[in-house]
Every structure is written in structure tokens, then in C-alpha cells.
Ligand binder design. Sequence first.
Ligand code: SAM
Length: 265
Amino acid sequence: MGYVAPKHRARYGRLMREHTHFGFRDVPLSDKQALVDDVFRTVARRYDLMNDLMSGGLHRAWKDALVAAINPPKSERNFALLDVAGGTGDVSFRTVAAGGAGTRATVADINAEMLGVGGERAREQGLDDAIAFVDANAESLPFPDKSFDAVSIAFGIRNVPRIDVALSEMHRVLRLGGRFLCLEFSNVDVPGLDALYELYSFNVVPALGRAIVGDAEPYRYLVESIRRFPRPNAFAEMMRAAGFARVSHRLMSGGIVALHSGWRL
Ligand code: SAM
């Protein structure tokens, strides 16, 4: 951890003692973010291609469902989306394409490599005015209270060390009447499909990682982290504890993915 100023020692001491999981490994809470950052630094350039390969293109349908729920206005009315852990900006590009001239998106992510890939893409497509890329930690968002019409997080929340803190932050920056949407992997409970999914996740996905990114390890982490993420009803409780109202979720593709929804009322 290196030198820690005396005034911060009590906090770091507590963080070192508190443990969480990094995939199937138990790690000190304070180590998880650096391990996660290594994963996404390694995969950034090939991230979008890998998403297509790993999900057989299904992630596009899951993200379409997310964007339909974000429901950006087709008119020129101003509408601001914050996409937390937005990575290379896929959800933001799709939201801006679905909305009218007043739709803007802000991608907040902790990883400069992922943001860099997205920023380049936005410049190439002439969308730098519509999509902003901001280096930010989900646990401490650098935005004023109630400043966004909608807040989304897609396949990001399970990577954040303190999920409860991130949920409170996303609730804080959402305007009254605004909607929070979280797309995340869930649990496949369909007999037959569950065994197939298990086989695919633990064998095919890391092998694809080795072939395309040159490293199986980041994808082993991604698969393991999916298994450690709370079940939808437990996650719904966490959303309520953070202040969200009318919390609900719907499963997609036999439970591979869940779209969670909550409102700030
Ligand atoms: N949302 C994008 C998508 O669906 O294509 C990217 C999802 S990617 C699986 C997870 C992202 O979470 C990575 O870009 C990673 O850098 C980001 N991330 C991890 N921990 C974070 C944190 N504490 N704050 C903000 N972003 C974080």
C-alpha cells in the first residue's frame, strides 16, 4: 500500500481488515479496485469485440432493452443520462442514437484505457458534443445532487468494491422522478441450460480471452465475479436501502441477465 498519512491510517486499517471477493478469491477491500483496474486495462482495446464473441451478439439485445427503459425523448427536449462504469461508452452511444437532438450522455468510468477507446470513437463519429467521458469512481461521483434525468450501469456494479456506496451515489445524482437502471448478469436456473452455461462460462470464455486478448485470467475473473454477485432479490434490497423506490427487475435470456429498475421519488 506504500506510505499512508497518519490521519488516513485508521481508515486504511479498517479497509485492510474488511475483506471482499475478487472472483472466487477473498481479498482485502482496499485491493479489489486495483485488481479490477488491471483486468480492464488488459482488455480495453478488444473489449467490444470480446463482448460480441462471448455473448454471441446477445449483449446487443440486452443493451437495447436497457436503452428502451432509459427511454430518451425523441423530441428536442433536453435529457441527460449518466452511464456509470460506462467503459467504452456502448450504452451512451446507443442512448444518443435512440434519442432526439436534446439527448446527452456522460460516461463515467475509473479506467482511462476504456474511456480512451470510447473518446476516440466519439470523435470519429462527430459525437464529442453529445457524449462526455469522465474519469470517475462510482463510489464518489464528481457531479452535483439531482443532476441527471436517468442513471444507468451495465455490467459494472459487480466490479465496484463497495456496492452500497455506489448505489447511494447514483441515487444522489439522479433528479426527483428520474429512473435508475442496472443491467447485470444473474443466475441461470433453467434445468439443462444451467449446466450448459456453466460449461461455456468456465471453459469457452477464458479460452476466447486467451485467443483474442492473449490472456485467459481477466475472463476467468469476469466469470467468477458473476457467480459471486447477489441474487436479484438481494440486490433489490440493496437498491431499496440506497433510497430507490418502486424497485423491480426482469430476467432475460433464461436468467443470464437481469435488468433492475428503481426510481428516485
Ligand atoms: N458498461 C460498459 C458496457 O456494458 O459495455 C462496460 C462494462 S465493463 C464489464 C465494467 C466497467 O466497470 C469497466 O470499464 C471498469 O473500468 C468499470 N469500473 C470498475 N470499477 C469501477 C469503479 N469503482 N468506478 C467506475 N467504474 C468502474
